[in-house]
Design a protein around this ligand. Structure first.
Ligand code: MRU
Length: 351
């Protein structure tokens, strides 16, 4: 199934619970908008593109919950919820963009609230379909950069789970594999939430792509041993100059690749571009509870001393100069990135 979809029979939104994999494959159903917001916040639904589509579904459910036929009141209530929804996670621009896109749709509508409720559901469905088509386009462009026999370091999870289906950076690897290229993936475990060893490894098992899990600090040494051909990851937000904000650890990975002359690529949909953001330093980086770091156990015991504190930034900024290409649904961009990104900005996003 898709990682998120509308269930016609139950009239609910359903999604794969990403917090339980790989131990348990569980599909949860949401009947109201606040539940979806909670799932985004607690990372039951995670990954920038699927967070965006979940936001459209949350706006659709909210529209269904609002009990008024007065269009002005309806619009005000939608705007209130949109402000609340955007705050669920601050870094992935897809959440802000999707919520705003749905709100603009509501704001511009003239007609009955019943019709509007129906149209927002259609909008969410359309965005889900578009996400899949976008990922297929990214993956086709990205697969062209992958050669037979490549050993690739991949960070976090950017596969079908992180999107509606197929994936972005992992989608490129999957497409190359489906084209018959022999690829091997070094899966960064991605501390502290372990999206690599839990989710990416689980996906690679389904696709029968050979992989090995590595600790986040291993990739530099593997590169020095000559075992790595490429580095691939996704993006939560990309600035106008091409700086990439992505899962914590991406910067160190890109630095090691740069020092070893190994190409590093970020793959993402245009909806991850933030045309209001000149560079990565102006992006708000989500800081999560230190408990995520400190809860690590060995032999049934918490590893850290009882009074230990932890710093837990969920994302970092990779400067554009460390990147060899940006793989988007409109094609592969090469440095200087700001030139092509500005053109895309001026042309306007297809969404
Ligand atoms: O905190 P997460 O798991 O939502 O972070 C996800 C990432 O950083 C992904 O690499 C990014 O969203 C791209 S997913 C196609």
């Amino acid at each position: 199934m898709r990682s998120i979809e509308w269930n016609q029979t139950s009239s609910k939104v359903q999604a794969i619970d990403q917090s339980l994999l790989p131990g348990e494959f569980k599909v949860i159903e949401f009947e109201n908008a606040d539940e979806i917001r909670g799932a985004i916040r607690s990372m039951v639904i995670r990954g920038a593109p699927v967070i965006g589509v979940a936001a459209f579904h949350a706006m659709a459910l909210k529209a269904r919950e609002i009990d008024t036929h007065d269009l002005k009141t309806f619009k005000e209530k939608m705007a209130q919820f949109a402000a609340f929804l955007k705050m669920a996670r601050p870094t992935a621009v897809n959440l802000t963009w999707a919520t705003q896109n749905a709100l603009d749709f509501v704001r511009d509508f003239e007609g009955s609230t019943d019709a509007l409720q129906h149209l927002i559901f259609e909008l969410a469905e359309r965005k889900a379909e578009e996400d899949v088509a976008t990922n297929m386009a990214i993956s086709r462009f990205g697969a062209e950069l992958i050669n037979d026999g490549d050993r690739i370091v991949h960070h976090c999870n950017t596969g079908a789970l992180a999107t509606v289906d197929y994936g972005t950076a992992l989608g490129c690897i999957r497409m190359a594999h489906e084209q018959g290229k022999r690829v091997h993936v070094y899966v960064d475990e991605t501390r502290p939430r372990l999206q690599g060893s839990r989710l990416t490894a689980w996906e690679l098992e389904q696709y029968k792509i050979p992989y090995e899990i590595i600790t986040d600090s291993s990739s530099g040494y593997l590169m020095r041993l000559g075992k790595v051909a490429k580095v691939l990851f996704g993006a939560d937000r990309v600035a106008l100059n091409g700086d990439v904000v992505n899962k914590i650890g991406t910067y160190m990975l890109a630095l090691a690749a740069y020092d070893n002359g190994i190409p590093a690529y970020a793959a993402f949909p245009l909806s991850s571009l933030d045309f209001n953001c000149p560079n990565g330093d102006s992006v708000v980086i989500e800081e999560r509870s230190g408990e995520e770091v400190l809860s690590l156990q060995q032999n049934g015991q918490i590893v850290a001393p009882a009074n230990a504190k932890a710093v837990n930034y969920a994302f970092d900024v990779t400067p554009h100069r460390l990147l060899d290409a940006l793989i988007t649904d409109k094609g592969v961009l090469y440095p200087p990135f700001f030139r092509d990104i500005s053109v895309l900005g001026n042309a306007g996003r297809s969404e």
